[in-house]
Design a protein around this ligand. Structure first.
Ligand SMILES: Nc1ncnc2c1ncn2[C@@H]1O[C@H](COP(=O)(O)OP(=O)(O)OP(=O)(O)O)[C@@H](O)[C@H]1O
Length: 323
């Protein structure tokens, strides 16, 4: 496989009057989990179907390791995909379902048992898949995606239907798969899950990319200019000192100020230098959810890298960071 796991360029796709894809383009690099996020109808599933050759774009290209899906020999050894966990024959037993898929690609039974173990279905592998919960079906779908030991994995909403233990397990699995050097693309509505899983995120809206950035940069941009809560016995004095230092401090309750324009570290330094006592300084960091909501709310205004540069405030999530 080349440098890039998946490369999507300038995809356009219309369904009658609906533009499902409107210039979609991004890359999924090896060795990391890339989150693919956006509101309903943003074009995530359509993009994944185009990558897998299940749908044709009107314009643009989608390549896996430099090749279109249809020219891959034994495609499951290049890309493993989970699009719809419900897409299985309910009367077939889980292991038989995987054996049937494996045979179609010249993959042996030993590999089937390996992937069953890896997804934690060993004790139920002889059961009919029709009786599986959604979380168990997701595990079975992930096992199928892993069968060919592919360098690229693509999963549409794999956290759907997972219980809390399953979510923790899946986070760990995705990180491990990326740690093995695979390119991993995961769509999700639940940004909180991606915060502990994805290191890169492609945010989409209305069929195109709104932001394509590392999670660290997205959070930093969303937090920039965020506010800091300060508790001080003499709030007026503190406000004067911080105002002179270029900040803006407004009352936010008894003995409490909400400060903008200065970092928590700067606030501590200025107050200490001027001998103004304080009891608490709490910076409010943005969560991935904040950053995402801001980007998708303004989806029509932002494009590409500008979207991140244009994101200024955190929206005030109470993730306090004590200075
Ligand atoms: N087969 C189809 N026929 C008609 N319209 C379609 C079809 N598939 C997708 N669309 C439309 O294309 C747009 C993009 O849909 P898509 O399913 O790709 O979005 P999504 O980001 O995956 O959304 P969700 O998170 O709800 O799954 C939507 O407006 C959808 O209604």
């Amino acid at each position: 496989m080349g440098e890039v796991g998946v490369a999507v360029r300038g995809l356009h796709k219309r369904y009658g009057p609906t533009a499902a894809l409107d210039g979609m383009g991004f890359s999924v690099g090896p060795g990391r989990v890339t989150g693919f996020v956006g509101p309903n109808g943003a074009g995530k599933s359509t993009t994944m179907r185009v990558v897998l050759g299940l749908d044709t774009a009107d314009e643009g290209t989608a390549l896996i390791g430099g090749l279109p899906y249809r020219s891959l020999r034994r495609p499951m050894t290049h890309i493993g995909a989970l699009l719809d966990a419900a897409a299985l024959q309910p009367s077939r037993r889980a292991r038989n379902h995987l054996l049937w898929m494996a045979r179609s690609q010249g993959i042996g039974a030993r590999r089937v048992d390996e992937v069953i173990d890896r997804v934690g279905l060993a004790t139920v592998a002889g059961r009919r898949a029709g009786g599986f919960s959604l979380g168990m079906r997701q595990r079975l779908g992930i096992a199928a995606a892993l069968l060919g030991d592919p360098g690229v994995l693509m999963m549409d909403e794999p956290f759907n239907g997972m219980d809390p233990e399953g979510i923790i397990w899946l986070r760990g699995l995705l990180r491990a798969l990326a740690g093995e050097g695979r390119a991993v693309l995961i769509s999700s509505h639940l940004m909180s899950e991606l915060q502990d899983t994805a290191t890169h995120v492609v945010v989409v809206g209305r069929g195109r990319v709104v932001a394509d950035t590392s999670v660290a940069e997205l959070l930093a941009a969303a937090s920039a200019g965020g506010r800091v809560t300060l508790r001080a016995a003499q709030p007026e004095r503190a406000a004067t000192v911080l105002g002179a230092a270029g900040g803006t401090a407004v009352p936010a309750g008894p003995g409490t100020l909400s400060v903008s324009g200065l970092s928590a570290e700067d606030i501590v330094a200025h107050l200490t230098r001027q001998g103004v006592p304080f009891s608490e300084v709490a910076a409010h960091r943005a969560t991935l959810e904040d950053a995402y909501l801001r980007l998708t709310r303004d989806a029509t205004e932002f494009t590409g890298a500008d979207a991140v540069g244009g994101t200024r405030t955190s929206g005030g999530t109470e993730t306090g960071e004590r200075a």
